[in-house]
Design a protein around this ligand. Structure first.
Ligand code: GNR
Ligand code: NI
Length: 167
């Protein structure tokens, strides 16, 4: 099922998500809904927070063909290489805005898969950036938080105006 994506400055995007206690069918359905919503948007990642579910689940698929879905439950990462990398980021919850954000280039993530099995992966490049972006969502953070308050304020005002015009 395709779910609605919350848009900044919706305060529900600031919720800190809770760890998943048991990976059961309800979590697998959530992950499937998130993948469907992400593919429909389309985007390369989605955190449960963005569909107003405050559980630590995120999905990523960097493939062009939308055939390489990755599900991360209770993800935790450590920085492997503090080397900063600047990349243009977008966010489905901040539609129409793309900004250069600096993040570390190399992380090791530990998470549970859709069967509740633990796995570990070293990530670089766009994959590392996307993982950090999605974990930020689970902690109630957005890429605009890394911008100046002036830039953030401009984006917020424009999105608020759009929202008023739609309703
Ligand atoms: O679709 C998305 N593209 C993207 C590009 C650069 C860095 C991060 C991302 S994630 C984003 C989808 C999204 O909002 N995930 O939370
Ligand atoms: Ni995002």
């Amino acid at each position: 099922m395709i779910r609605d994506i919350l848009v900044y400055p919706d305060q529900r995007l600031r919720t800190v998500a809770k760890p998943v206690e048991k990976v059961d069918d309800s979590i697998r359905i959530l992950a499937d809904d998130m993948l469907e919503t992400m593919y429909d948007a389309p985007g390369i990642g989605l955190a449960a927070t963005q569909i107003n579910v405050h559980k630590r689940v995120l999905v990523i698929d960097l493939s062009e063909e939308q055939n390489d879905p990755l599900v991360f439950i209770n993800p935790e990462y450590e920085v492997l290489d503090g080397e900063p990398e600047e990349m243009q980021e977008g966010c489905l919850s901040i539609p129409g805005y793309y900004e250069k954000i600096t993040r570390v280039a190399h992380v090791r993530v530990k998470a549970l898969d859709r069967n509740g099995e633990p796995f570990e992966k070293d990530l670089t490049g766009l994959m590392a950036v996307c993982l950090q972006h999605e974990v930020d969502h689970l902690d109630g953070k957005l890429f605009v938080d890394y911008l100046s308050s002036l830039k953030r304020g401009r984006i917020r005002k424009k999105l608020e105006k759009q929202l008023r015009q739609e309703s």
